[in-house]
Design a protein around this ligand. Structure first.
Ligand code: ARG
Length: 419
């Protein structure tokens, strides 16, 4: 009888390297490794692919998903102005569904009925992997060796040493890090005391914004919500993010330090750096301000927040997220044009915008003579807008509940001079 097969999300690190043999021992299954390149950089993927085999995997796959990640995951997040709790640009939350998609593809191709990942039982990522996997393949099983098969760090080190696995066991990174082209998430260790200031070694995508180089002016051109040119040079979404990671990173743009509400109920201290993402999000939002009609924009804020929360919560493949995508996509039809920004000292600040599809009308907005806005219309408009509140106020007066103006001594001093 052929053995069961498990496809493991493989990073090349200690935990998932040990997990290959560990899953085999604990479950009797054959393990197939799958590493997905979402622009995390670091070690060469050929080396990682070979290491999986050296650690006992029967097959080892590597998927180059950088462009797919940028185009199909980062760009929708950009269109949704996605910042969880108003700050976190969903770095890890975006990569999990894509990695899951590749794991499921490999599982189907190899006839595996189980997918494994290296997450603990305390975070959001386990939820994102498993909900994504079963949303695409409801028949698929999921296991997490760290959570389900007692693969603690000490066990992993001991196992690697006993089996002489080709993986470093002495160099222990003090932080838990997840990174991709959209940004970098750093947690645990010294950062768990939320009063501790992040040390310099926490950051790799950004330089210290305290001593920035000279200001860097950049012009980003968007077409229907997507960056298509930087300083006049055509770019793919991946290139746009990479280029801005480099330039905004040099200015220390996109450092975030936040106590975050995890889906599992825990508050956790997170440090992020996302220079390219934060720059693009600032630029895109300002272009939306210029091009999207007021009511559509106000409603979009609600949609954006819901979209972001769903993605954070692991619901990338949910029906509701799909419906919200349709709304967001529709709003991007006229989000085209250029945004000029200054990158400097930790900030990416918009200082100009121009667009053929803008709703900004100089002749309406200007206070100069010759405008085409008829101010006499404003008077009647205000009468109507204020009417219902005025009626309610008049009723309050009739019933003795009129607005009181408080204690004169406590309110602002009125200065009166009489001639
Ligand atoms: N808290 C963030 C999130 O849930 C980041 C998680 C990053 N994972 C890690 N192993 N450092 O999206």
């Amino acid at each position: 009888m052929s053995k069961d097969k498990v496809v493991l999300a493989y990073s090349g690190g200690l935990d998932t390297s040990v997990a290959i043999g560990w899953i085999g021992e604990q479950t009797g299954a054959e393990v197939i490794a799958c590493a997905v390149d979402v622009g995390q950089g670091g070690e060469d993927l050929d080396v990682i692919q070979q290491r999986a085999l050296d650690c006992g995997a029967v097959d080892s796959f590597v998927a180059d998903a950088k462009d797919e990640f940028a185009e199909e995951y980062c760009m929708p997040a950009l269109k949704a102005n996605a910042k969880y709790m108003g700050t976190y640009p969903l770095v890890s939350a975006l990569s999990r569904p894509l990695i899951s998609k590749h794991l499921v593809q490999v599982a189907k191709r190899c006839g595996a009925d189980t997918v494994a990942h290296g997450c603990t039982g305390k975070g959001n990522d386990q939820v994102r992997f498993e909900v994504s996997i079963t949303s695409m393949a409801p028949e698929m099983h999921c296991i997490a060796p760290v959570r389900d098969l007692a693969l603690t760090r000490d066990v992993a080190i001991d196992y690697a040493n006993r089996h002489d696995l080709p993986i470093e066991t002495t160099k222990h990174n003090p932080f838990s890090i997840d990174q991709n082209v959209w940004g970098r998430a750093i947690e645990t260790g010294y950062l768990e005391d939320i009063w501790n200031e992040p040390t310099k070694d926490v950051y790799t995508y950004t330089d210290d914004p305290t001593y920035p180089p000279l200001p860097d002016e950049v012009i980003i051109e968007f077409k229907e919500g997507i960056p298509v040119k930087i300083d006049g040079v055509a770019v793919t979404p991946l290139q746009a993010i990479q280029e801005l990671n480099r330039r905004a990173g040099a200015q220390g743009v996109g450092r975030i330090d936040v106590v975050e509400d995890r889906l599992v109920g825990i508050k956790s201290r997170e440090v992020y750096e996302a220079p390219g993402a934060v720059t693009l999000l600032n630029a895109h939002r300002e272009l939306e301000n210029t091009c999207i009609e007021r009511e559509q924009a106000r409603f979009k804020k609600i949609i954006d927040t819901k979209w972001t929360d769903l993605v954070y919560d692991g619901q990338w493949f949910s029906p509701l997220k799909g419906s919200l995508d349709a709304y967001i996509e529709d709003t991007q039809r006229y989000v085209s044009g250029e945004v000029r920004m200054i990158l400097h000292g930790g900030r990416a600040t918009v200082n100009g915008r121009r667009s053929e599809t803008s709703l900004y009308d100089f002749n309406l907005a200007t206070y100069d003579a010759g405008d085409c806005y008829d101010q006499s219309h404003a008077k009647g408009f205000i009468e109507i807008v204020g009417l219902s509140t005025k009626l309610a106020a008049a009723r309050d007066v009739r019933f003795g509940n009129a607005v009181t103006f408080g204690d004169q001594d406590k309110s602002a001093k009125l200065d009166k001079k009489t001639s």
